[in-house]
Write a protein that binds this ligand. Structure first.
Ligand SMILES: [Zn+2]
Length: 352
C-alpha cells in the first residue's frame, strides 16, 4: 500500500529503484525542441536512481546522489513552456493550448532567464516548477496535478548547501562537534539520522556542560539548521534561525550569509507548501482523490500546514485521523509524530 501510493505520488517521474551496489543516480543528456516555439535546448533524462536517502514525511523520497525531480522538469528558455519530458513530445500540446501560449504569452518567469541559455538545468529548479504550474493551469489540469507540481516546487528548496562552503575549516570543526554527540540511533534511515543529528546539535549548542566556544556553538546551530532544511522541517529551521539571529542583532561574516540564504529558502518553500496544501484540499473537496488514497491525502494536508507553521490548521486535519480505526501502521505513526510536532515537539527522535 505504502509503496504503491508513494510510487503514485511520483508517478510523473517514473522512478526506477535500483537495488544492489549501484547507488548513484545516473542520467543522460537529451536535445529537446520546444513544441510551442521550436527553440532547441538541452536537458537530461534519468536512467536510474535509488531510494537510499530516506523519505521526508511529506512524501519526498531522497536518493543518494542527485535527485531526479530536480532535473526532470524542463523549461524552454525562450517561451518558458514547462513540464516533464512527455510534455515536450510531438503532439503533446493540444492546439487550443498552443494558440493561447503563442498568442497570449501568459507564462511569466519569477527570475530573468538569459535569451541565449542552452541548458534548461541552468534555470533554478524552483523556477522551472513554478513555470510548470503556470503551464499546467493553461492546460486546464486538475487540482491534484497542480498540487503535486506545487509540492515539488517547494521541495526543491531542500537541496543546495553552497552557503556552508563559506564557513572556514568547516569539515574539521563539524567533525569535532559531531564527535561530541551521543552514539547515533540504530535506525539506518537517512531521514531519522538527519533529524536525530539536528536535534542533538541544537541541544549541544544550548548545553552549558559542552564547553563549546562561541563560534562552535554558532556552527552547531548552523549545522542543525541545514540538517532540518534538507528535510523540509521548516518550523525547526525557523526555531534555530531565531536563536542564531535574535531580533535586532546584526550577524557578521559568513554565518550572516548562511543564515540569510537559509531564511530565503525556508520562506520560498513555505510559500509553495501553503499553496500545495490548498490544492490538495481542493482535490479532496472535489472528490478527485481515489477512495483508498484519501487517508494519505488528508494526512498530507495536515502535515503541510504543520510545516508551513500553522499548527491549528494542521491539528484540525490530523487529530480526526488519529481517532480513526484501521489506519495502516506506518501512516498511524506519521500522524502521531505530526501531531506531536504541531504541538511543539522538535523533529527527530528524542534522546534515549
Ligand atoms: Zn518554447
Amino acid at each position: 500500500m505504502r509503496t504503491r501510493w508513494v510510487r503514485w505520488g511520483t508517478a510523473m517521474l517514473a522512478l526506477t529503484v535500483v537495488v544492489g551496489t549501484v547507488l548513484a543516480t545516473t542520467k543522460h543528456p537529451v536535445d529537446v525542441t520546444c513544441p510551442v516555439c521550436a527553440r532547441a535546448f538541452k536537458a537530461a533524462e534519468f536512467m536510474s536512481t535509488n531510494s537510499f536517502g530516506g523519505q521526508d514525511r511529506d512524501f519526498l523520497g531522497h536518493a543518494r546522489g542527485e535527485q531526479v525531480f530536480l532535473f526532470a522538469c524542463w523549461t524552454c528558455p525562450k517561451c518558458l513552456y514547462s513540464g516533464y519530458g512527455d510534455d515536450f513530445k510531438a503532439g503533446a500540446v493540444p492546439d487550443a493550448v498552443l494558440k493561447t501560449l503563442r498568442e497570449d504569452r501568459p507564462l511569466k518567469s519569477p527570475v530573468a532567464i538569459a535569451a541565449d541559455l542552452e541548458n534548461t538545468e541552468d534555470i533554478p529548479a524552483w523556477v522551472r516548477y513554478d513555470l510548470a504550474i503556470q503551464t499546467a493551469k493553461v492546460r486546464g489540469e486538475k487540482p491534484l496535478v497542480l498540487a503535486w507540481l506545487t509540492l515539488r516546487a517547494g521541495q526543491t528548496q531542500r537541496f543546495g548547501d553552497a552557503g556552508l562552503a563559506r564557513i572556514g575549516d568547516l569539515a574539521t570543526r563539524a567533525k569535532a562537534l559531531v564527535a561530541k554527540l551521543p552514539p547515533s540511533p540504530p535506525e539506518r534511515d537517512d531521514y531519522l539520522q538527519a533529524t536525530w543529528r539536528a536535534r542533538r546539535l541544537f541541544e549541544l549548542a544550548a548545553s552549558a556542560d559542552a564547553g563549546l566556544s562561541d563560534p562552535d556553538r554558532e556552527l552547531a546551530r548552523v549545522l542543525a539548521a541545514y540538517d532540518y532544511a534538507r528535510r523540509g522541517e521548516l518550523p525547526d529551521v525557523r526555531r534555530v534561525l531565531a536563536v542564531l539571529r535574535p531580533e535586532g542583532k546584526a550577524l557578521e561574516g559568513p554565518v550572516a550569509l548562511v543564515v540569510a540564504e537559509l531564511a530565503e529558502r525556508v520562506d520560498r518553500e513555505a510559500h509553495y507548501l501553503a499553496l500545495a496544501a490548498a490544492s490538495f484540499e481542493s482535490a479532496l473537496t472535489l472528490d478527485l482523490v481515489k477512495a483508498d488514497e484519501r487517508v494519505n491525502h488528508r494526512y498530507l494536508v495536515g502535515e503541510l500546514h504543520r510545516r508551513v507553521g500553522d499548527p491549528a490548521k494542521a491539528l484540525a486535519w490530523l487529530e480526526p485521523l488519529a481517532a480513526e480505526a484501521g489506519l495502516d501502521a506506518w501512516i498511524a505513526t506519521w500522524v502521531t509524530e505530526a501531531i506531536a510536532r504541531a504541538k511543539g515537539e522538535p523533529a527527530g527522535p528524542p534522546a534515549k
